[in-house]
Design a protein. Sequence first.
Lengths: 367, 657
Amino acid sequence: MLESETQKVIRSFNIELVVTVFGLFMIGLFTLYSATEAQGAHALVKSQIFRFLFGLLLGAGLIFVDSQILYRFSYLFYAITLVLLVLVLVAGHSGGGSQRWIGFGPVRIQPSELAKIGAVFLFARYFADDKKPPPYTLQRLLVPGLLIAPAAALILIQPDLGTCGILCLTAGSMVLFLGVDWKSWVIIGLIAAIALPLGYTYGLKEYQRNRVRTFMNPAGDPRGTGYNAIQSKIAVGSGRVMGKGYLKGTQARLNFIPEQHTDFIFSVLAEERGFVGSLILIILYFLYCMFALRTVTRARDQFEILLAFGLTSIMFWHVFVNLGMVVGLLPIVGVTLPFMSFGGSSILTFLLITGLILNISRKRYIF
Amino acid sequence: MIGREQETRKFRDRAAWFNFVVLFFFGLVVLRLYHLQVMMGSELRRYSEANRLKKEKLFPPRGIIYDRDGKVIVDSRASFDVVMIAQYYPFTEKVDKRLRKVLGMSEEDFERKIRKARKEKSFHPVLIESDVSKDVIAAIEMDTEEFPGVYIEASVQRRYPYEAISSQVLGYVGEVNDKEIKSYSRFGLEMGDYVGKVGLEKTYDEYLRGVVGAGYVEVDARGRRRRTEEGKKLFGFAAQTEPVEGSALHLTLDMDLGVAAYEAMKKNEFNGSVVALDPRNGEVLVMLNFPTYDPETISGREVSSKVWAQLSQDEQRPLRNRAIMDHYPPGSTFKLFMAVAGMAEGLIHKDTKVDCKGYMRLGNRKFHCWKKHGIVDLTRSIKESCDFFYYKVGLDLGVDLMARYARMFGLGEKTGINLPGEESGLIPDSKWKMERYQTPWQKGETLPTVIGQSFVLATPLQMANAFAALGNGGFAYRPYLVKRIVNQKDEVVREFKPELHRRAQVDPQILDLAKQGAYEVVNEPKGTAWWSRSRMIGFAGKTGTSQVRRFDNIKAIKCPEMPYADRHHGWFVAFAPKKNPQIAVAVVAEHNCGGARAAPVARDVIEAFVKKYPIPEEELLIPKALPAPREVAKDIKAVTPAEIEGDEVPLVEEVDE
């Protein structure tokens, strides 16, 4: 009996997704080593592995949680992330000019990372419960919009423009996936046209505005963020087709690139492994998204479909925004590259997401 | 639930379509990568090799500092530094020798710089010599092949046309250090930027600083720099942001009076401080200290360690702004406020007469007066600085009332002038004594206190301000140095207005009596500053002497015979004209035995003021007996007794019963 159960699990296991994750993580480790060789790479690599293993354990645990439980606790989970977001404002640690961390004994977590997952749970549950069929009009989107607004606002005032952006993009993707009435599209477009300049002037902090300005015109601030954008571009471009070779990159290794082991880790890979290496990495990310989306087709009900799709969206937007920023397609915002960037919160978040996706994908065979 | 089933199936199909969405977005990134790495790759590779594209700072001229008439006190000039990029420098003995010769540096200094350059990351420019002469620039620029990796960098050097006048007030400028980078983080300062280190340069740094610009320069294979058009093409932007000039400070200082004060202090070889204020609003007209220094010698990218060591280790502390940072017992200048206190409390009046017996006995101690005055009335007690009179006033008042009145004139607390490091001075009372020493106030302590000795402390600025308040009817303004700040577009960024700091609520007739006493100090025979009266104006003032050290047998040694460091400080605080003062001056002459010695400095400042700003005939009150022109004896040992009369610190004697 026990064996047949195990066999089922193995058979149903989305093993290709797991392989992709390991592949990405290994590339990440090597790149991390190269990026930080000058500043004690061994310690950083070791701690990255430790965090990965810890995340693996948690993620694996999530695979076996019954989906009914996930469904039932959706709103509670979102509420908890909101409470944590408030806590971080009141009693959080600050780093790099914003308050993002909160400590529980020796563990420090970044509630904004959890909030992204929480928001997906919120939307999955809300729309799964909605019995009226799509397309959605603005009136029908008002309530979910109000529900998600506090999370977005709390992250924005930390301030963490990047994570807030990912949250909104993910929520938007889910709504899009459900289907939106065309008239509402027009109205959304109009509102965006008015709100964007207003938000730019009144909603953003000076340094955030600077980043946007820098993106439009990197020479406007060659001393600060503009410098990063240009140096990052040089690093990526100088890799050419085949790259300079492992441990031979000069830009990142000589500290021309800021945050070269966290947000800008891709520039190290692009410089040392060139176009070919970058392409391989992007293909791996594409495979991840593909395998994850396949889960959606295996899901049993609306809730699972939406959950799997939303989680995949987080992953996708993280990759796209991060790469876009490093290659100069998008303004510089603090968004990590999944499985590559150094940092416990990021690793943990994406392993939890993967665990949840695997959870959904196994269902079809067991029941 | 068939409808739900269908819905679910529709979503499953739709999910498959999203693969193409992902493909589209990732495709954008790949296209961009293709553009950067394949199409622009070789050009960008060249930039990354030796990091050819370098950021270069473009320093703005720092804001100019003007005096009240628009005379330039501080401005900037272009200067040039010699820097080295170690990567391109050969470090051979031959080149070393050649470079050292051109720069004219000592072997030791040069070696230190070369060692520093070797240690730096190879692409960081290292300063070899700052503010070099035209000859050096020419030698290096003309013969670039001879000095690979060495080049000239444009910079800005602060210039101080008035040299050493008021240098501690103005401050100087230097390269920002680690600690300052943190505290100025909101301004985004970087290593190598300049900030004001002390004085006004520091207080108003954010206005004076301006905005550092940046440009990109391309570094060629030899380590030479040139502005790059290619970079502009490659990155699609104008590769430069222009620096923005700093805002200008318009000060309240009057440099004409400053020069007069400086000359007077210098002529007499005094160490100490001169402060002059406008009693009508608190504008500081003069603030300077001796000994002093020329800020240009320590302003800039690099300070000669020799010059710095000399200034910072000098026992006479030339870097210190004594006018606000040092407090001294104000001595007899304090009596004026005690006279006001006694009158205001109804303990003495215009015709109160006291018989000065030369000492007062309290318990088993004898508190001497510097002279046996005989019958003394109120104005005479000020004019001849009778200690005995004030012993009586002090005992009647008690320390707490004394303190109350002194504080009404702004003494015993910071004036709030906008300069770093102001001392608060000290006006003791019984509560303070209890907190500080856990013992109650003793009557015996009241006597030295009422004549401004023992615990009482005041800065030159505080005394000038207190006299200004006494002269103007009781209004102590907050002294200020900056009138307005004007940016490079000629817009007023900030404006400073007079602000009332303390108000002494005293009957004007009482103040007038005290002022009359102060007038007689200078303009009546036997007044303690009689020898320093002016032919141009009858000004009011008060001498004071602050004891530096306590002696058991003070009578045994006359002040001029003491070693320099033990001699008393001389105070003279004055205002003019008597009726509606337009200037108040405080002078401290350190270790000069008496206030009468300091008086000529104040007189010179007041005379300079009268020459510049005409005063109505009827307010001049020129003394009846005009002084013969004479100089104060420079050698303190040759001082006539008359010159320091009244300035001996009174003796306290233990008496055996």
